[in-house]
Design a binder for this molecule. Structure first.
Ligand code: ADP
Ligand code: MG
Length: 140
């Protein structure tokens, strides 16, 4: 397995419920290292650009509203096989299908307000990291 970097968002629903620490702990306990972290209020333009791949989907408008409703925490996570590992720790998109012990099983409110985002492949991980972080913010 290769040392990888992946991008994570702790979404507004989780930040509002003071779950930042519990969610970061899940990543750390899975062997992922936080190499960058910041709390921001995402703008509508940032959210629409970030989720542009979903712009034709019926839930796009709702997704953007949820992402800009209140602050988010952005992270870059590093580790062996970090992209897949992050997805495993997150759990399925729909919390009803998420495995016990995953972030979404424990914390998600619904398929839309599902507490975390995580990159799904090496190309998207690289793009998403660049979308929110400059190279000098990554402290590996
Ligand atoms: P994931 O976040 O697991 O990669 P997707 O990339 O398919 O999932 O979708 C992006 C986000 O859009 C989801 O995390 C969720 O917040 C929202 N979403 C996906 N499917 C639905 C749906 N059927 N209804 C409402 N929101 C959805
Ligand atoms: Mg996705």
């Amino acid at each position: 397995m290769a040392l990888e970097r992946t991008f994570s968002i702790i979404k507004p629903d989780a930040v509002r419920r003071n779950l930042i620490g519990k969610i970061v702990t899940k990543f750390e306990e899975a062997g992922l290292t936080v190499i960058a972290l910041k709390k921001i209020q995402m703008t509508r333009a940032q959210a629409e650009g970030f989720y542009a791949v979903h712009k034709e989907r019926p839930f796009f408008g709702e997704l953007v509203e949820q992402m800009i409703a209140s602050p988010v925490v952005l992270q870059v996570l590093e580790g062996e096989g970090a992209i897949l590992k992050n997805r495993e720790v997150m759990g399925a998109t729909n919390p009803a299908n998420a495995v016990e012990g995953t972030i979404r099983k424990e914390f998600a409110l619904s398929i839309g307000e599902n507490s975390v985002h995580g990159s799904d492949a090496p190309e998207t991980a690289a793009e998403e990291i660049k979308y929110f972080f400059s190279d000098d913010e990554l402290v590996g």
